[in-house]
Design a protein around this ligand. Structure first.
Ligand SMILES: NC(=O)c1ccc[n+]([C@@H]2O[C@H](COP(=O)([O-])OP(=O)(O)OC[C@H]3O[C@@H](n4cnc5c(N)ncnc54)[C@H](OP(=O)(O)O)[C@@H]3O)[C@@H](O)[C@H]2O)c1
Length: 432
């Protein structure tokens, strides 16, 4: 039985580059909307000695994809699906981006999962574009609708992108659509892993296909992202296709449920620039990361149970920290003061939540409870690139302690006058 590789969007760009690199014993089906383009690609591949045919398909149309999957299963064992069909913001409006890039991915992944089996792989193409999305604006809660109610999915996603104004709608839609592809690939990997089907996505940076060139020419955002990357250049389709062919093959048999960037370091470059606020990388940054939200409570077990009721679980065992046993150099309000607390944390949501219950009246934790009239957010735990410079700001240390036997502990500085916040620095390294 023939092993078949279906390549959606195979008439051009990265899809066609994958077809050129595939082993000759794999039967290739190129799918896309423009028949003349597919036929040109078939001729080119046949001249290279490949077994290949064209099959017209619009991935945004479920019936069209169903027919493609049935046809491919009739030809042989559908071992590989390279889903490279997609549109970009310069080509169409936001609704079309969602219809092709999101619903097209659902249609292709689901219809092919129904005809694929052991040792097969579906490869989706994401992008480095989602790295630029403000995380708070990413409506991942809407993503499951794409399977259950596609019309409601597009309608709600459109409401989200229109909030940013018409100038940004299709660009925002593209970044969200590719974030969806990353999420959906992981969802499908979990759904079909036990059936032996792997699902992976590859996230290209700016790649000089027809689509990539059009994006790079329009407002230049795509090219700016490429230039921010470690390599400082756009990529060629073959540079991504090599990775895609590897991932599709049995050589990648243990890789599934992940997005693998192939972007000349564009995502890394963008993240690095963000870490320094697009400014001087060596400038003093009193807050370079936010790691934890600290909540003070007068009844840790009760507050923990309340969080669990609202879906925040995964709390660590409660730690009882008796000051005399654990701390040295304990201070409150810049003066020596021993104190004891109970605490627990969970990292379930990506940012740590900490619950602290004071066990005596001696610390700022106890004073906070009194002042606040009950539990509440007390501090943010943050990182800085220069703790000495933070210290030199002269803010009052409301709580601090060195951990016995360790060179470090923590200090909470009072930034309430300027930020309305207490900032915790942990680990705070004690030099003396
Ligand atoms: N190039 C980049 O810089 C870049 C960066 C990140 C991600 N990507 C993604 O990589 C994928 C491949 O893009 P590419 O750069 O190789 O561009 P491309 O050459 O334009 O390839 C896209 C292909 O998708 C097909 N297609 C579009 N809509 C379709 C639909 N509804 N049904 C079936 N086929 C459809 C197109 O053919 P027809 O129009 O004839 O159907 C075309 O052959 C896309 O998902 C793109 O978003 C590209």
């Amino acid at each position: 039985m023939k092993n078949v590789c279906v390549i959606t969007g195979g008439g051009s760009g990265m899809g066609l580059s994958v077809a050129k690199l595939l082993e000759k014993d794999i039967y290739i089906i190129l799918a896309g909307r423009t028949v003349s383009k597919l036929e040109g690609a078939v001729e080119e591949l046949k001249a290279m000695g490949k077994e290949v045919e064209a099959y017209p398909c619009d991935v945004s149309d479920r019936e069209s994809v169903k027919a493609l999957a049935a046809h491919a299963a009739g030809v042989g064992n559908v071992k590989m699906v390279c889903h490279a069909a997609g549109v970009s913001p310069t080509m169409c409006d936001a609704a079309a981006v969602f219809a092709v890039d999101c619903l097209g991915t659902v249609n292709v992944n689901e219809e092919f999962a129904a005809v694929m089996g052991e040792k097969s792989c579906v490869l989706n193409i994401s992008s480095s574009a989602p790295v630029m999305l403000p995380r708070a604006n990413v409506p991942r809660n809407l993503y499951p609708l794409a399977d259950k109610d596609p019309d409601a999915f597009v309608k709600n996603m459109m409401i989200t992108v229109n909030l940013g104004g018409p100038d940004f709608a299709s660009g925002m839609a593209y970044s969200l659509a590719k974030d969806f592809v990353i999420w959906y690939t992981k969802t499908e990997a979990m759904k079909y892993g036990r059936k032996g089907i792997r699902f992976v996505s590859v996230g290209p940076g700016t790649i000089l296909t027809d689509m990539g060139k059009a994006e790079a020419a329009d407002g230049d955002m795509a090219m700016q992202l490429a230039m921010m990357g470690a390599l400082g250049r756009a990529g060629e389709p073959e540079e991504v296709a090599e990775l895609m062919v590897f991932l599709l093959s049995d050589k990648a048999s243990y890789i599934t449920g992940v997005d693998i960037p192939c972007d000349g370091g564009s995502q890394t470059g963008f993240q690095r620039l963000n870490e320094v606020g697009f400014g001087d990388p060596d400038a003093f940054r009193p807050i370079s990361a936010i790691k934890q939200i600290g909540i003070i409570t007068d009844d840790l077990e009760k507050t923990k149970a309340a969080f669990e009721k609202y879906g925040i679980v995964g709390w660590m065992d409660v730690q009882v920290t008796v000051g005399e046993q654990f701390f040295e150099n304990a201070i409150c309000y810049d003066k020596p003061q021993m104190f004891s607390v109970k605490s627990t944390t969970t990292s379930m949501l990506g940012i740590e939540l900490e619950l602290v219950e004071p066990m005596d009246e001696h610390s700022d934790y106890a004073a906070f409870l009194k002042k606040n009239g009950g539990p509440g957010i007390h501090h943010l735990s943050v990182e800085t690139n220069d703790i000495g410079a933070v210290e030199a700001l002269g803010k009052q240390v409301v709580v601090g302690a060195k951990i016995k036997g360790a060179p470090f502990g923590y200090k909470y500085f009072d930034f309430q006058d300027e930020l309305g916040l207490i900032l915790e620095y942990f680990p705070y390294v004690y030099n003396k």
